[in-house]
Design a protein around this ligand. Structure first.
Ligand code: SF4
Length: 128
Protein backbone atom coordinates (compact mmCIF):
# COMPACT_ATOMS: atom_id res chain seq x y z
CA UNK A 1 0.00 0.00 0.00
CA UNK A 2 2.88 2.34 0.80
CA UNK A 3 3.96 2.04 -2.85
CA UNK A 4 0.67 3.37 -4.18
CA UNK A 5 -0.60 5.76 -1.49
CA UNK A 6 1.54 8.84 -1.16
CA UNK A 7 2.20 9.66 2.47
CA UNK A 8 1.32 6.22 3.82
CA UNK A 9 4.33 4.79 5.60
CA UNK A 10 4.03 2.03 8.21
CA UNK A 11 7.59 2.85 9.26
CA UNK A 12 6.63 6.46 9.92
CA UNK A 13 3.56 5.37 11.88
CA UNK A 14 5.75 3.22 14.13
CA UNK A 15 8.24 6.05 14.60
CA UNK A 16 5.46 8.40 15.62
CA UNK A 17 4.22 5.81 18.13
CA UNK A 18 7.73 5.41 19.57
CA UNK A 19 7.99 9.19 19.86
CA UNK A 20 4.65 9.38 21.69
CA UNK A 21 2.92 11.12 18.79
CA UNK A 22 0.09 8.62 18.36
CA UNK A 23 -2.50 11.33 19.02
CA UNK A 24 -1.38 13.02 15.79
CA UNK A 25 -1.57 9.72 13.89
CA UNK A 26 -5.24 9.43 14.78
CA UNK A 27 -5.94 12.86 13.34
CA UNK A 28 -4.81 11.71 9.89
CA UNK A 29 -6.32 9.14 7.55
CA UNK A 30 -3.03 7.26 7.15
CA UNK A 31 -3.89 4.41 9.50
CA UNK A 32 -6.91 3.52 7.44
CA UNK A 33 -4.90 2.87 4.29
CA UNK A 34 -3.47 -0.27 5.92
CA UNK A 35 -5.18 -3.32 4.41
CA UNK A 36 -4.06 -5.68 7.18
CA UNK A 37 -2.42 -7.83 4.51
CA UNK A 38 0.46 -8.60 6.95
CA UNK A 39 3.09 -8.38 4.21
CA UNK A 40 5.13 -6.07 6.43
CA UNK A 41 5.24 -8.77 9.12
CA UNK A 42 6.29 -11.38 6.58
CA UNK A 43 9.30 -9.33 5.49
CA UNK A 44 10.34 -7.67 8.75
CA UNK A 45 13.80 -9.02 9.75
CA UNK A 46 13.09 -8.15 13.40
CA UNK A 47 9.68 -9.84 13.43
CA UNK A 48 7.91 -6.62 14.39
CA UNK A 49 4.14 -7.12 14.34
CA UNK A 50 3.55 -3.94 12.34
CA UNK A 51 0.03 -4.69 11.17
CA UNK A 52 -0.99 -5.69 14.71
CA UNK A 53 0.24 -2.34 16.00
CA UNK A 54 -1.66 -0.53 13.25
CA UNK A 55 -4.81 -2.53 14.07
CA UNK A 56 -4.41 -1.57 17.73
CA UNK A 57 -4.08 2.09 16.72
CA UNK A 58 -7.22 1.78 14.60
CA UNK A 59 -9.10 0.35 17.58
CA UNK A 60 -7.90 3.20 19.79
CA UNK A 61 -8.91 5.70 17.10
CA UNK A 62 -12.41 4.21 16.99
CA UNK A 63 -12.67 4.37 20.79
CA UNK A 64 -11.68 8.04 20.63
CA UNK A 65 -14.23 8.78 17.94
CA UNK A 66 -11.56 9.34 15.29
CA UNK A 67 -12.74 6.77 12.74
CA UNK A 68 -13.36 8.05 9.21
CA UNK A 69 -16.98 8.84 8.35
CA UNK A 70 -17.04 6.20 5.61
CA UNK A 71 -16.15 3.51 8.11
CA UNK A 72 -18.80 4.73 10.56
CA UNK A 73 -21.35 4.69 7.73
CA UNK A 74 -20.48 1.03 7.10
CA UNK A 75 -20.79 0.20 10.79
CA UNK A 76 -24.21 1.87 10.87
CA UNK A 77 -25.24 -0.02 7.76
CA UNK A 78 -24.23 -3.33 9.38
CA UNK A 79 -26.24 -2.41 12.46
CA UNK A 80 -29.25 -1.50 10.33
CA UNK A 81 -29.19 -4.27 7.71
CA UNK A 82 -26.59 -6.83 8.82
CA UNK A 83 -24.49 -5.93 5.78
CA UNK A 84 -21.84 -3.29 5.15
CA UNK A 85 -23.44 -2.59 1.79
CA UNK A 86 -27.21 -2.83 1.36
CA UNK A 87 -28.45 -5.32 -1.21
CA UNK A 88 -29.84 -3.96 -4.44
CA UNK A 89 -31.38 -5.38 -7.62
CA UNK A 90 -28.14 -4.40 -9.43
CA UNK A 91 -26.10 -6.62 -7.09
CA UNK A 92 -28.57 -9.49 -7.56
CA UNK A 93 -28.31 -9.09 -11.34
CA UNK A 94 -24.51 -9.11 -11.26
CA UNK A 95 -24.45 -12.22 -9.08
CA UNK A 96 -26.87 -13.94 -11.43
CA UNK A 97 -24.64 -13.01 -14.41
CA UNK A 98 -21.81 -14.94 -12.73
CA UNK A 99 -24.15 -17.86 -11.92
CA UNK A 100 -23.89 -17.07 -8.21
CA UNK A 101 -26.82 -17.87 -5.93
CA UNK A 102 -28.69 -15.03 -4.20
CA UNK A 103 -27.11 -13.93 -0.95
CA UNK A 104 -28.62 -15.59 2.12
CA UNK A 105 -30.64 -13.51 4.56
CA UNK A 106 -28.95 -12.15 7.66
CA UNK A 107 -30.20 -12.43 11.23
CA UNK A 108 -29.97 -8.69 11.89
CA UNK A 109 -30.92 -8.98 15.55
CA UNK A 110 -28.06 -11.44 16.14
CA UNK A 111 -25.68 -9.00 14.41
CA UNK A 112 -26.95 -6.18 16.64
CA UNK A 113 -26.43 -8.28 19.78
CA UNK A 114 -22.82 -8.94 18.73
CA UNK A 115 -22.23 -5.28 17.89
CA UNK A 116 -23.58 -4.16 21.26
CA UNK A 117 -21.32 -6.66 23.03
CA UNK A 118 -18.32 -5.43 21.03
CA UNK A 119 -19.29 -1.82 21.85
CA UNK A 120 -18.88 -0.79 18.22
CA UNK A 121 -19.66 2.87 17.47
CA UNK A 122 -23.02 2.41 15.73
CA UNK A 123 -25.97 4.74 15.72
CA UNK A 124 -28.56 2.76 17.67
CA UNK A 125 -31.21 5.42 17.15
CA UNK A 126 -30.84 5.21 13.40
CA UNK A 127 -31.71 1.51 13.14
CA UNK A 128 -35.18 2.03 11.67
S1 SF4 B 1 -0.43 -4.85 6.79
FE1 SF4 B 1 1.60 -3.93 6.54
S2 SF4 B 1 2.15 -4.25 4.39
FE2 SF4 B 1 -0.08 -4.58 4.57
S3 SF4 B 1 -0.98 -2.56 4.09
FE3 SF4 B 1 -0.74 -2.66 6.33
S4 SF4 B 1 1.25 -1.74 6.73
FE4 SF4 B 1 1.19 -2.23 4.54
Amino acid sequence: MARVVEGFSPRRILWEVFLGLEKGIMEKDNLWFCLSCHLCMEVCPMNVKVSHIIMLLKNIAVERGKAPNGLLDEVNSIFKTGRSMPLSPAIDKRRAAFSLPPLPSVDVEEVRILMRKLKLPFNEGGKK
